[in-house]
Design a protein around this ligand. Sequence first.
Ligand code: HEC
Ligand code: HEC
Length: 339
Amino acid sequence: MKLFAIAVLAGILFGCNTQNKKSYSDIQNVSDLAMAETQEHPGKKLMENNCYACHNPKTSEESMIAPPMIAVKMRYISEETSKEEFISSMVEWAKKPSEENSKMPGAVKKYGLMPYQFFPEETIHQIADYIYESEIETPEWFEEHYNSMHGDRPMMKGKMGRGKGMGMNNPQIETDKRPSFEERGMMIAQTTKAELGKNLMGQIQKNGVIAALDFCHIQALPITDSMATIHKAYIKRVTDKPRNSKNKANAAELQYLENFKKQVAAGVEVKPITVQMGNETEFYYPIVTNSMCLKCHGTPGKELETLTLAKIKELYPTDKATGYNENEVRGIWSIKFEK
Ligand code: HEC
Ligand code: HEC
């Protein structure tokens, strides 16, 4: 059984490669190349931007705060599942994550329920289309884990191997291309968000909201700073309504923030802003609330419990960061890096 799985997996990995080489050398001229580059499925980037803060295949097994997307895909797609069915089940889930609707009760138990966050329906549609059609990345640790958990089923079967052809999922072209400034900024924001989120969700689950508060109080800035060192960048989370006054947005940042607020309120897919200043790139992207955030940033007496509020006031006497609802701009990433 295991041999079979490995053989199929190898077939996918290497099979994909040769196919890509062929299509790459088929490219005749510059305009073909430009076309091939823009052929990347739009769902890929949307998934990376919206889902990988938690479902990232690059995270180590111990640090995962949600199952990797491949695990979700395997649970949601069987031999019989059509693309339409898959897309609508993803759209349904994203609209209302709940224990009753879960197809992955084990994951709910292990990681806690996925926090609700608003996504435009078209975004989920594109993401689901991409996941269904493509070979999405599998973490190195996953196959071993999967085989030990589900030894009775081969890992890669049926539609798992889909996604060849159509010019998508083309690592050959992708790795030849240097990431754009926008991609670099997004990567820095995502990995920092993932690091903060991992620690936050873990603390809430293990020790409750009050303990998590203490943890944020002490760790939020150091974690952000250590990510800044890793990325050789300058990383801030800033806001118009700061909890920690060190995180107050300056005039330019406030303008970007207001812009993002309008876009988020309109329910459109938000694009990051990049500004070129000589050798330096500035990158801005909104930080949007989900249901989990409201435990500490929600309305006092509602999601924000009295005891939590008292603790917040003790740590941050001038706190302004309450009264938020889901899907509101809590602040922005303000990131700078050099060429
Ligand atoms: C803040 C973290 C977070 C983000 C962001 C996130 N998820 Fe999740 N997701 C989770 C967690 C935790 C689980 C496992 C628990 C569960 O199933 O609710 C999960 C589970 C799922 C499941 C399986 C649901 C089930 O139980 O049947 C789907 C489908 C899913 N996510 C899709 C997405 C998509 C698509 C995106 C991006 C648009 C996304 N998630 C973004 C945390 C997140
Ligand atoms: C356990 C409580 C808790 C939860 C849950 C929480 N936060 Fe916070 N948040 C804090 C604390 C405490 C600070 C101040 C950290 C510091 O001193 O730098 C903070 C600061 C921030 C800041 C920096 C700006 C400021 O006001 O100082 C942003 C942005 C932010 N949180 C966004 C979020 C988002 C988005 C979520 C949900 C994904 C979230 N927070 C969930 C407690 C929490």
